[in-house]
Design a protein around this ligand. Structure first.
Ligand code: CA
Length: 229
């Protein structure tokens, strides 16, 4: 049962290099050469992870991601063509889980893909359900409820919330969060954490501007504060 990866990239050389490296790791790799084809392939294949280039003809990667996020929490690794901060931050805001800036080494891409999938859904049965006053986190089902209502989180948002909830009452620094959630030597910007926290807050806080469940501890990091039941 090989994990399925969809690569959406219009440059054949880049696409083929990615395919070769990922197939060597035993993944079943599918490719699509433009945004619309990528979106269709994602619906049909239901991949475990999508490598998505931003610069695509027609529908660009960010638009593909926007549409994808309406219907899927699949892991998305975004490829940005430039060292353009705006693209990265917009990409994360729209729902990417991670990004790589071109040119990247295929080894680096492979390492990130493996890390994402390793920490992902394969985490075996028997994990406890974390029950708090407001939130309920079912680790096996990867589902969250707030006040009894289901909350739709992306895969990485779930991982981040779970990491904080596991350490309820303790402050986690951005660095610790990156270690626990991304699970590898992350060379990117620590703001990745803030962007994802912002998105989670919009989904779980009564007032995202005055968060009560995930609080910011100035100069230190973040702390989960719901009360256990
Ligand atoms: Ca491209």
């Amino acid at each position: 049962m090989n994990r399925k990866i969809l690569v959406v990239e219009d440059e054949p050389k880049v696409s083929e290099v990615i395919r070769a490296y990922l197939e060597r790791e035993g993944y079943a790799v599918h490719t699509a050469a433009d945004g619309l084809a990528g979106l269709k392939a994602a619906r049909v294949l239901q991949p475990d992870l999508i490598v998505l280039d931003i610069m695509l003809p027609g529908l660009d990667g960010l638009e593909v991601l926007r549409q994808l996020r309406q219907e899927s929490d699949v892991y998305v690794l975004l490829l940005t063509a430039r060292a353009d901060e705006t693209d990265k931050i917009v990409g994360l805001t729209v729902g990417a889980d991670d990004y790589l800036t071109k040119p990247f080494s295929p080894r680096e891409l492979t390492a990130r893909v493996k890390a994402i999938l390793r920490r992902g859904r394969g985490s075996g049965p028997g994990e406890p359900v974390l029950v708090f006053r407001r939130l309920r986190i079912d680790v096996d089902a990867r589902q969250v409820w707030k006040d009894g209502e289901p909350v739709e989180l992306t895969a990485i948002e779930f991982d981040l919330l779970h990491a904080l909830a596991r350490h309820r009452g303790s402050v986690l620094s951005r660095e610790q969060i990156i270690e626990q959630v991304w699970g590898y030597d992350y060379y990117g910007d620590e703001r990745v954490v803030d962007v994802h926290i912002g998105r989670i807050r919009k989904k779980i806080e009564d007032d995202p501007d005055a968060p009560a469940l995930i609080v910011t501890v100035r100069g230190a990091g973040y702390r989960f504060e719901d009360t256990p039941q």
